[in-house]
Write a protein that binds this ligand. Structure first.
Ligand code: AHR
Length: 495
């Protein structure tokens, strides 16, 4: 089977916002406690953070991390997580029906985010709380000094402001499961007024309004329209959330789910742009795909969970090879929309539906999905070129024309290197990829790796999964070619 990709540096999607490789840490399950923070671990550093986890997060090169939820934030009092640890209250977390000790809070997270070289995207509670708590938290984080909340932050050990630039106005407020769930009008009004107040405190922040928590929500579309009617002038981004699963064990259809992500993004953009046209606005609302991943392996674990534990095993999906391939296609899809998707967060980062897992007594390990995310984050910086691609297609029960080849090329900022990301969805056939250099001049293959050859259900608990060299990659001045193995994630870097 043959497929091709034509490069043309004059035909680009956009300069990629690095925040497209963001991730997410929620106070739930073992994401925080025994995930990023475990003072009694042999791997803990002097502050109690797991150094083995820090090292892996740094390998992923995550530019922004959303915190502290998720559903958790909709019942969270941020004040519980600041001040002397011994005085912090234990609380019922109603979202996950666990006990939150608050041993870890805002200052601990900010310090950890510096250790992993990430910015923070802070979510405010618009479920049980609202404008007042949000503006106080912002004052606490970003105001230099001389006011009640800024001085409280200094008293609690942070002389300098945290300077958090990206803020989420609540979480999944369209979802009936959300604590403090609202109608689109109720949420829209609250988000509008909260945004207005927050921008008065700090005009330099960027705000994300809640879009739909899935494409198949019954309120999808109407929700976005109504929320934008209220918030258009105050916010900068609209959020999307989407999780995938191969519940009916149909791999070809599962690997086509990036088409669903594509539909979702295209649909939400149409609504944003209709709102823009309706109000004759010059302002464009971009997207924050602030939760995306595979989430279904842990369904039974969720059903079996006993309430009111501290940091129970929750949402601990163990990812297999086909999940990694899907994640690869989802990353390519986000890059294809990098003109409008400016922020995206792989949900989540550690232990909870995560690329990085810890065991209480063993060293942290990489799940299968770690590998495509790491390579996309590492090499997907620069300008995404328009994916002028040709590929044979196949049909699934959900999609009519699924290309076997999913690909995109990224041109580095110094214009010296092109990185091609490509997935071959075919289970049986290799794909002979031809990359035409267009107006570029190829000289040599800098790097060519493949992630291939595993059973679709194979997981990486034993640490055997590896990226290996693809020795078939070759270049002439005008072309590059490579054989893409059946069911493979491929990265080819050409100078
Ligand atoms: O990431 C897990 C959960 O998924 C988040 O808490 C929520 O926002 C979404 O439903």
């Amino acid at each position: 089977m043959k497929g091709s990709l034509i490069l043309d540096t004059h035909a680009s999607v956009a300069k990629i916002d690095p925040r497209i490789f963001g991730s997410f840490i929620e106070h739930m399950g073992r994401a925080v406690y025994t995930g990023i923070y475990q003072p009694d671990s042999e791997f803990a550093d002097q502050d109690g953070y797991r150094q083995d986890v820090i090292d892996l997060v740094k390998e992923l090169n995550v530019p922004i991390i959303r915190y502290p939820g998720g559903n958790f934030v909709s019942g969270y009092n941020w004040e519980d997580g600041v001040g002397p640890v011994a005085a912090r209250p234990k609380r019922l977390d109603l979202a996950w029906r666990t006990v939150e000790t608050n041993e870890f809070g805002l200052h601990e997270f900010m310090k950890w985010s510096h250790k992993v070289n990430s910015d923070v995207s802070m979510a405010v509670n618009l479920g049980t709380r609202g404008l007042d708590a949000a503006r106080h938290l912002l004052e606490y984080c970003n105001f230099p000094k001389g006011t009640y909340y800024s001085d409280l932050r200094r008293q609690n050990g942070a002389e300098e402001p945290f300077n958090v630039k990206t803020w989420c106005l609540g979480n999944e407020m369209d979802g009936p499961w959300q604590i403090g769930h609202k109608t689109a009008d109720e949420y829209g009004r609250l988000a509008e007024e909260t945004a207005k107040a927050m921008k008065l405190v700090d005009p330099d922040i960027e705000l994300i309004a809640c879009g739909s928590s899935a494409l198949d929500m019954p309120t999808f579309g109407q929700w976005e329209q109504t929320v934008l009617d209220h918030t258009y002038d105050q916010v900068d981004y609209l959020s999307l959330h989407r999780y995938y699963g191969n519940r009916d064990d149909d791999t070809p259809n599962y690997l086509a789910q990036s088409l669903d992500m594509d539909d979702f993004i295209t649909g939400v953009l149409a609504i944003c742009d209709a709102a823009k046209a309706k109000r004759h606005s010059h302002k464009t609302i971009n997207l924050s795909f602030d939760e995306w991943n595979v989430w279904y392996h842990s369904d039974q674990q969720t059903a079996d969970n006993k309430p009111w534990q501290v940091a129970p095993h929750l949402l601990e999906d163990i990812y297999n090879f086909e999940d990694a391939l899907l994640v690869g296609t989802l990353l390519i899809t986000l890059l294809k929309h990098s003109d409008r998707v400016k922020i995206a967060c792989l949900a989540q980062l550690v232990n909870v539906i995560a690329p990085i897992m810890t065991s209480e007594d063993g060293k942290a390990w990489q799940q299968s999905i770690f590998f495509p995310f790491m390579q996309a984050s590492q090499y997907g910086r620069g300008t995404a070129l328009l994916p002028l691609q040709e590929s044979p297609t196949y049909e699934t029960k959900q999609f009519e024309q699924v290309p076997y080849l999913e690909s995109i090329a990224v041109l580095s900022d110094d214009q010296q290197t092109v990185t091609v990301f490509a997935v071959n969805r075919s289970a049986n056939e290799s794909l002979e990829l031809n990359v035409s250099a267009g107006n570029l001049n190829f000289d040599h293959v800098l790097m060519a790796t493949e992630f291939a050859g595993y059973d679709v259900k194979e997981t990486n608990e034993q640490g055997q999964m590896k990226l290996v060299n693809n020795s078939t990659a070759e270049v002439t001045a005008t072309n590059a070619t490579a054989q893409l193995k059946p069911l493979s994630w491929n990265v080819i870097r050409i100078a």
